[in-house]
Write a protein that binds this ligand. Structure first.
Ligand code: FE2
Ligand code: FE2
Length: 400
């Protein structure tokens, strides 16, 4: 039985780790591939924003699930052992657990170069095989010469694996996640986990978020949500709001719309979410409440984004800039067609509050014409905007 194992902090595990492990599994013909998150690495301190041990284990399990080349598992043996994680102790445990197995340590070229300094390096050289990757443009020839040198000196069996390195480290990735970037370097399930658990101060990246959210939206509504995202981004750029926040809120605004009311409420029960403002007389508006709550719980959005999703159908008195942007983007995105939508689109880029007033008025008139009862919050939203506008006009008259 051939077993490859790969240690690391996996903080977080990224495509560089999984691509290397999968390639090693294929080249070596491994039967089993083990990811072994370290408790504490011997050569460095864990960073201050490190994810907790349980999170690192769970993320590594999710990343390993995406590997098809060998049966890939995550072992918690170093975590259970605690303290500094020495490869020699891990190898000894693996030899005891899998007697007679051919063990391959999968490691980077930088680690391989430092092998003579490892604890019990002679014993490791006798008992392990080494699959060595370059990292970030290291000289393949140098590693091959080193492997030959180790073979002569220690009888080490090493294979150099030439691979296109994924140009990212976990340190760089954590910094990118904080800036709302880097989703492409992560397995989707790992990215979703990071957002849900708000690890590393990660802010959602619109492109990666879109990929996660697509299955929630349903085919029939994808064009609407994509249009809403694009319109929200343009409005945010025009009015000086955070474009990334506007895009994220727009992508998530109809998160639960394809679900029936009972499914939405079941999800809220599952995630322990209390719906604060639900009015049973307006059941079709439930998706704004549940969508806001679930988006906040699952996708790492800010409170401002949550509120923008919450009020996207009714509006409310005293709306924030982001709330107005999402409300209007939902109303005027390119797939919408109703009388006056063209003028409203234009107005939204010239006079944001004017567009809000026109949209709310039109909406309330429509409902009344059909004999319906407008939502109290929409009436309050309109009254607030009109009052503000009148007060502004009054002030400018006084200064005249
Ligand atoms: Fe909606
Ligand atoms: Fe919508």
């Amino acid at each position: 039985m051939k077993i490859g194992f790969l240690g690391g902090t996996f903080d977080p595990p990224h495509r560089g780790h999984t691509a290397a492990a999968a390639l090693a599994a294929r080249r070596l013909g491994l039967d089993l591939l083990l990811f072994i998150p370290t408790a504490r690495p011997p050569h460095k301190e864990l960073p201050p924003d490190t994810a907790g041990t349980e999170h690192r284990l769970e993320m590594t399990r999710l990343a390993a699930r995406g590997i098809a080349e060998a049966s890939a598992l995550v072992s918690d043996l170093e975590i259970r052992r605690g303290g500094i994680s020495y490869t020699a102790d891990t190898a000894a445990e693996l030899m005891a657990a899998y007697p007679g197995a051919e063990l391959w340590l999968i490691c980077g070229g930088d680690m391989f170069k430092s092998l003579p300094q490892w604890r019990r390096s002679g014993w490791l050289a006798e008992n392990l095989n080494f699959a060595v990757f370059s990292r970030g443009g290291e000289d393949a020839g140098e590693l091959e010469r080193l492997a030959g040198d180790y073979l002569r000196r220690f009888g080490i069996r090493a294979r150099y694996i030439d691979a296109e390195p994924v140009p990212i480290s976990s340190t760089e990735l954590r910094a990118r996640l904080k800036r709302g970037e880097g989703g492409a370097y992560l397995d989707k399930a790992v990215y979703a986990y990071i957002l849900e658990h708000r690890l590393y101060g990660a802010l959602p990246e619109p492109d990666a978020l879109w990929e996660l959210v697509r299955p929630w939206i349903g085919e029939g509504r994808l064009a609407h949500v994509a249009g809403c995202r694009e319109t929200a981004a343009r409005l945010a750029a025009r009015w000086g709001a955070d474009v990334r926040e506007a895009e994220s809120a727009a992508i998530l605004h109809d998160l639960t719309k394809k679900l029936g009311a009972s499914e939405q409420l079941l999800l809220c029960a599952k995630y322990d979410i209390t719906i604060e403002n639900f009015d049973p007389a307006f059941e079709s508006l439930l998706h704004a409440e549940t969508g806001a709550a679930l988006a906040y719980r699952l996708f790492g959005i800010s409170e401002a984004e949550r509120e923008a999703i919450r009020w996207h159908t009714t509006g409310r008195a005293g709306m924030s800039l982001l709330e107005k942007i999402i409300y209007l983007a939902d109303t005027i995105e390119p797939a919408r067609s109703f009388d006056g939508v063209g003028e409203l689109r234009k107005l939204a880029f010239e006079d944001l509050d004017g567009a809000m007033i026109r949209s709310l008025k039109g909406c309330l008139e429509n409902i009344r014409r059909r004999g319906g009862k407008p939502h109290r919050l929409s009436e309050e939203a309109l009254a607030f905007l009109l009052e503000e506008r009148n007060a502004g006009a009054g002030r400018s008259n006084v200064s005249d």
